[in-house]
Design a protein around this ligand. Sequence first.
Ligand SMILES: Nc1nc2c(ncn2[C@@H]2O[C@H](COP(=O)(O)OP(=O)(O)O)[C@@H](O)[C@H]2O)c(=O)[nH]1
Ligand SMILES: [Mg+2]
Length: 237
Amino acid sequence: MIERAGVAKCGLLTTGSRYRALVLYPRIRLAGSHAPIAHSMRYTTQFLLSAMAAAQFPEPDVPEIAFLGRSNVGKSSLLNKLAGEKAAKVSSTPGRTRAINFFALLDPSRRRKLMFADLPGYGYAKISKSVSAGWPEFIEPYLAIRSTLKLCVCLVDSNVPAQDSDRQLFDWLRAAERDFAVVATKIDRLSGNERTRNLLALRKGLELEELLPVSAKTGSGLADLWVRIEAAGCIQG
Ligand SMILES: Nc1nc2c(ncn2[C@@H]2O[C@H](COP(=O)(O)OP(=O)(O)O)[C@@H](O)[C@H]2O)c(=O)[nH]1
Ligand SMILES: [Mg+2]
C-alpha cells in the first residue's frame, strides 16, 4: 500500500531561451518502511505543429496526453504551466485556435518522452447539441484512433456549474474506453468554503468519482495531476 506523505513543488527553470518544467512528485511513503521516495523529472518543451487535418498529426511515437474542455476553461494555461512558458507563446498565436497544437516534452538528452495535444475548445455551440458540434471533423477521429493517446485531461471551471457539454464528453470518452482525468481549474479564484461547495457540486453534477482541483496561476494541484499522469502510464523510464 502506498501512502502520500508530502507536498510537491512545481516550478519552472529557465535556461537561456529554453524553458524547463521541473516537477517534484509528491513524496511517496511505503507503508511500513516510512522511507520517503522523491521522484523528480526535467523536461524541455518543444512546439511541434498545429494540425488542421488528421494527415498532419505527428508520428505517434511516445505516450500522449490530450487537454480537453470548453473554450476559456484554461486548457492552454494548464498545459503551459505543466510544460513551460515557451509553449504558451506558440499556442496563443492567432489562427491556431481551431487546430490541435502538439508539443513534445524532451528529457535532458533531448529524447522525446511525452507529447501534449491542446485541443480546440467546445461549449459555445448550443448545449443541446452533441459535444462534437462545432468541433472540427478531425477531433473525434483523433480521440477515437490516436494510438498513443494515454490520458485525456478534461478541464471544467471550478467557478462554473456542471455543464451538459462536459457530461456528454465524459460519456463519449467512457464509451470509447479512453482513460480520462477531470480537473477543476482556476481554483485560486475561490475561498475555502466556496471551493469545497463548488467541488462537491461539480462532482455530484458530473457524476465523477475523482475531481482534481488545480490552478495554472498558483500551480496548486499540479503535483497531483503529474501523479495521475504517471498512473496512466505516460511516464516511461
Ligand atoms: N485565475 C486564474 N485564471 C486562469 C487560470 N487558468 C486560466 N486562466 C485564465 O482564463 C482565461 C482562459 O485561459 P486559456 O488557457 O486561454 O483557456 P482555453 O481557451 O481553454 O485554452 C485566460 O484569461 C487565463 O488567464 C487559473 O488557474 N487561474
Ligand atoms: Mg487555448
